[in-house]
Design a protein around this ligand. Structure first.
Ligand SMILES: Cc1cc2nc3c(=O)[nH]c(=O)nc-3n(C[C@H](O)[C@H](O)[C@H](O)COP(=O)(O)OP(=O)(O)OC[C@H]3O[C@@H](n4cnc5c(N)ncnc54)[C@H](O)[C@@H]3O)c2cc1C
Ligand code: SF4
Length: 326
């Protein structure tokens, strides 16, 4: 049986206290729902000197702020999937409902989902299993077992909510003991498999803000997984579109999931959709752009060739659904 190694757990009941603890203990990590971090601790994938629990902090909640909706990082996915979100924002509860299984979603948080570590079939294994090979880049070594001869880590970004929220143009509020910053969610991701997040030391993701679209708009998220009941995405696609009064697409965001080390925007597909009515020829060309942009490697379920092809299929389904939702 795998055990969680001993680690000091701080349980602050105020955000300032949590931030001060993180500033005072540079080797400390944070734990929200623990649905991803606890398995990682058991597998020895991370060794924080201490953990700061976020469960006692007032980080939950979903509220309108005038021109946007603010979602607290501590909001559980269980609560998120029950959110009666207006219009295009309905893609958020629908994507939340596709994460894992109900018992996991009852603990898992939005912040944990957006800060999810990248995954790889050669790393997300027990220490015993991994001991049969030299350590790879992400484990501090100098090889990659997925791309032999490669110069970097290609671990896969498999969050379900990140592509949907990037497609909606969400921003995140990040705080440390010394201050705060707001940045587009897509800028949180570095694209590096071994260090996927651009968080500063001691920084917490506190909330997500989604602008309320001012024009007819629609959004959709499509996910392919091996077992419909509970798996991470093997590939996914999120599409957001805006329609002008003449029925022409005046803005689009296309984001692929699980085919890179970050949620992957596809600007070529977005440019094709803009100014069109999403007629079949445009969808064909944009789907081809998605297939070209997707560069999956063999480190999660299903073959890279199949996932690459399905990036186009899922894009097309998501684009049609989003357009019909306008
Ligand atoms: C069986 C199973 C199936 C799963 N299937 C899916 C799936 O289909 N799709 C999917 O997306 N995920 C899946 N997951 C992963 C995970 O359950 C979810 O991503 C979940 O939302 C993580 O949230 P959490 O609160 O449990 O995060 P935690 O496990 O507590 O934390 C995850 C990471 O985020 C960091 N973190 C958490 N909150 C913050 C914050 N506010 N600021 C800064 N850093 C933070 C932690 O330090 C840690 O590194 C699955 C997990 C399991 C066990
Ligand atoms: S992609 Fe390569 S370097 Fe990254 S975790 Fe997998 S085996 Fe390790």
């Amino acid at each position: 049986m795998l055990r969680v190694p001993h680690v000091t757990l701080h349980r602050p009941n105020a955000l300032d206290l949590a931030l001060e603890t993180l500033a005072a203990e540079p080797g400390a990590g944070v734990i929200a729902g623990g649905t991803d971090l606890v398995p990682a601790l058991k597998y020895g994938l991370c060794r924080p000197e201490a953990l700061v629990a976020l469960s006692g902090l007032p980080l939950g909640g979903i509220e309108p702020t005038g021109s946007a909706w603010r979602l607290g990082a501590g909001t559980t996915l269980w609560k998120l999937e029950r959110w009666a979100a207006p219009g295009a924002l309905g893609v958020v509860p629908r994507a939340a409902a596709l994460v894992a299984v109900p018992p996991v979603r009852s603990r898992a948080t939005l912040g944990g989902n957006l800060c999810l570590d990248t995954r790889c079939g050669f790393l997300n294994q027990t220490a015993f299993w991994r001991s049969g090979r030299p350590a790879c880049f992400k484990a501090g070594g100098e090889v990659c077992h997925v791309v032999p001869g490669g110069a970097k880590c290609h671990a896969c970004h498999q969050s379900d909510l990140a592509p949907a929220l990037v497609a909606l143009g969400a921003t995140v509020l990040l705080r440390t003991a010394r201050g705060e910053r707001i940045l587009p969610l897509e800028d949180l991701y570095t694209g590096r498999g071994d260090v996927p997040l651009g968080l500063h030391p001691g920084e917490l993701l506190c909330s997500v803000e989604i602008p309320t679209p001012g024009v007819p708009s629609g959004a959709a998220y499509q996910k392919l997984r091996v077992r419909r009941g509970m798996d991470f995405p093997a590939v996914s696609a999120a599409v957001y579109v805006e329609q002008d009064p003449a029925g022409v697409c005046r803005g689009a965001r296309v984001v692929l999931g699980a085919v890179a080390s970050l949620p992957l925007r596809v600007p070529e597909a977005e440019a094709l959709l803009e100014g069109s009515t999403l007629e079949p020829a445009v969808l064909d060309a944009a789907a081809a752009a998605c297939v070209a942009a997707a560069r999956p490697v063999k480190n999660v379920d299903l073959t890279p060739a199949y996932r690459k092809k399905m990036a186009g299929v899922l894009f097309r389904r998501a684009a049609r659904e989003a357009w019909e939702g306008c």
